[in-house]
Design a protein around this ligand. Structure first.
Ligand SMILES: [Zn+2]
Length: 206
């Protein structure tokens, strides 16, 4: 197999899971299915550089391992899949054998994506309950733009309290400086709270 065709094969296998659609899957439903069918587990895919690049199915991970396009970094303890010829450990993390440059889809600036980036948490008081809104840090009426660094998640109460003022004027402090999100934030958002301990070092979660 030439380098070119092997590259396109890897892309075919792991690509297509970056789109917004795939991140909309319901996590809780998935985690229930974990118990019944090990093949429903998700596998974290690392680039050759150990940078997490996506989540894929167990089936795709096993295919990449079988084709030696990836190596096994972590398996799920105690679970072994029986194939015709051999027993295969259930993968949890795999790493691609060669570095691939992935054209990450542009993340749209939208209300939903602002909320996801901020972990559905008011960036002023930290609450995660109640209706969440999107606040312009520098109000629009005062020249604030619609941009990743000027939009944050705010609860209705903080949004009302702040009104048409800057955080400084309102005496309100942001929990974190808002930034343009990268795909890792969306991998985290896709996984939800049921994140594997083994995945944490790669996703920079404490
Ligand atoms: Zn708040």
């Amino acid at each position: 197999m030439t380098n070119e065709s092997s590259f396109s094969l890897i892309c075919k296998i792991i690509y297509g899971i970056f789109g917004g659609k795939n991140f909309d899957n319901n996590n809780s439903k998935d985690s229930k299915e974990f118990l019944g069918n090990p093949l429903k587990n998700k596998v974290l895919v690392l680039n050759q550089s150990y940078e997490p690049i996506s989540i894929c199915s167990v089936k795709k991970a096993i295919l990449l391992l079988f084709l030696t396009k990836a190596e096994l970094i972590a398996k799920r303890d105690g679970i072994v899949l029986n194939s015709v010829h051999s027993k295969v450990p259930l993968p949890s993390i795999i790493r691609l054998s060669r570095y691939i440059n992935i054209p990450h889809k542009k993340i749209d600036l939208s209300r939903k994506n602002i909320l996801r980036r901020d972990g559905f948490k008011c960036q002023y008081c930290g609450t995660t309950s109640g209706n969440l809104t999107v606040d312009h840090i520098i109000p629009k009426s005062r020249g604030g733009t619609d941009s990743w660094d000027n939009l944050v998640t705010a609860c209705i109460s903080c949004n009302n309290k702040k009104g048409n003022r800057t955080p400084e004027e309102a005496g309100m402090k942001l929990l974190a400086k808002p930034r343009k999100p990268n795909h890792i934030i969306f991998i985290k958002s896709f996984i939800g709270s049921a994140i594997d301990n083994e995945w944490k070092p790669y996703l920079f979660v404490d």
